[in-house]
Design a protein around this ligand. Structure first.
Ligand code: FAD
Ligand code: FES
Ligand code: MG
Length: 281
């Protein structure tokens, strides 16, 4: 059991939880994730990226968006409550080196998993150019934290309520078009956003790393739930990823597979709202 030490609401549907998990906190590296089981009587396990960790205090911080039944169950927990179990750190750490100029693009909740990568890229001596994208002003997260590490920070919103009215691909295209072009780019966000970031980077021959968020079940490479096609080969995101060379990923196939359980997820989401006494959606 892992005790929740703090919980904060960052925006309408985004929460940050800090939990006791000393062994994971001591060994985690940027880009890794955990699999969380909220409570025993509800068995679903969900992957969440480690957004931050404090090895001295033995704590992990995760940032999550309430999108369905399990994330809503986590959102109603408070400081002092317990999470049944947390498995990790899982996945391969991000490949960090001194590339030179690195553009880091985060969309929506993808900004949280991008944060430790921005920190690590900066610590490795890179010039880090960060692009944060959100639908609207109140969904922009991690702005101040990113300012602490980014050499440049561009914020875009779909509706223009904050920063530039644009999609993240607009500033990415501008950075990629500079001479010299960036040495590396990283994109984390909804699959459709990563797909178009990849297309943009490809036009300028800029390498791009993406962190894939496929459905996961066991997180250990045994169930095959997280399989994706990368460079024509089947890969498991939980053990071979979660980061891959974006230019090799078959995003269309991945998006198709992610819709596979939509009907069942919607049923759980609806009954969870009734059980938790939340407004049904
Ligand atoms: P549901 O209604 O069950 O599902 C909503 C959507 O979430 C689905 O359509 C599907 O696309 C996805 N999903 C559902 N079940 C799973 C599952 N078991 N594994 C993965 N995706 C699933 N979200 C965050 O908010 N913050 C994070 O830091 C974060 N990190 C992730 C890291 C990795 C490596 C992966 C693979 C996913 C990550 N996600 C993160 C996504 C998160 O796991 C899903 O939003 C969550 O599982 C949804 O569960 P639900 O029951 O609330 O919603
Ligand atoms: Fe089962 Fe990756 S989650 S193989
Ligand atoms: Mg679910």
């Amino acid at each position: 059991m892992n005790r929740i030490l703090a919980k904060k609401q960052l925006s309408a549907d985004v929460y940050e939880v800090t939990v006791e998990a000393p062994l994971i906190a001591a060994s985690r590296r940027a880009g890794q994730f955990v699999i969380v089981q909220i409570d025993t009587d509800w068995g679903e396990r969900i992957p969440l990226t480690i957004a931050d960790a404090d090895s001295g205090a033995g704590t992990l911080t995760m940032v999550f968006q309430t999108v369905g039944a399990t994330t809503h169950r986590l959102a109603v927990k408070n400081a002092g409550d317990y999470i049944e179990n947390i498995l990790g750190p899982l996945g391969n750490p991000t490949h960090i080196e001194k590339f030179g100029r690195v553009v880091c693009v985060g969309g929506g909740i993808g900004v949280a998993p991008l944060y430790p990568i921005v920190q690590a890229m900066k610590a490795a001596g890179n010039t880090v150019l960060v692009i944060i994208g959100a639908r609207t002003r109140e969904l922009v997260i991690f702005e101040e934290r990113m300012r602490g590490y980014a050499d440049e920070l561009v914020i875009v919103t779909d509706d223009g309520s904050y920063g530039r009215k644009a999609l993240v691909t607009a500033p990415l295209e501008e950075y990629c078009g500079q001479n010299p072009a960036p040495d590396m780019s990283v994109a984390i966000g909804p699959p459709i956003m990563m797909k178009f970031c990849e297309k943009t980077a490809a036009e300028f021959n800029v390498p791009i790393m993406v962190s894939l968020n496929t459905i996961m079940i066991d997180g250990t490479g045994m169930c095959g739930g997280c399989r994706v096609t990368v460079g024509g080969q089947t890969k498991f995101v939980c053990v071979d990823g979660p980061e891959f060379d974006g230019h090799q990923v078959d995003f269309d196939n991945m998006m198709l597979r992610m819709k596979a359980f939509r009907e069942r997820e919607d049923e759980d989401h609806h009954s969870c709202h009734l059980n938790l006494g939340l407004e049904t959606v």
